[in-house]
Structures are given as structure tokens and as C-alpha cells.
Design a protein around this ligand. Sequence first.
Ligand SMILES: [Zn+2]
Length: 79
Amino acid sequence: MPVLDIADCINETCPWSGDPVQADSLTEFEGHVVGFCNPGCLEKFERAIQHFRAAIAGDENPEEASGGCGASGARGASG
Ligand SMILES: [Zn+2]
């Protein structure tokens, strides 16, 4: 995992608070280094990304366990 350098950060201010980005609050987004004013803001951003990725994967509501349309059984592995 490469070390992120604040010199490579594409933004100067935190998107949440507008405060200047800090060297200990950097992450990589679509190949670019992006920064936040503190690790808490960084964590909020990463949680948002994970939410979107889960939605893309079709697992947006993992807590909603609806066993309605499951194709169970009828899967014979005879040979
Ligand atoms: Zn912030």
C-alpha cells in the first residue's frame, strides 16, 4: 500500500467542513489522493463509498432478510 502524500492531494479543503486537509487524513479515490480535515471526516467518506459499492453489488439492504423469492432445492448434483 503506497504512502499517500498531501502534496499529491487534489483538494485543499475538507468537503464536509471546509477546513484545510491534514496529512493524516488522506485516502485514494479513483486513482487520486483526496484529503480531509481529520480522520473522522475520512471515515465518513469511506463509509459512504462502502455504501455505494454495496448498492452496486446488489446488497444495499443486507439487514433486510427476505426469503421470498429463493430458488431452493431442485439442484441435483448427480453424476
Ligand atoms: Zn472535515
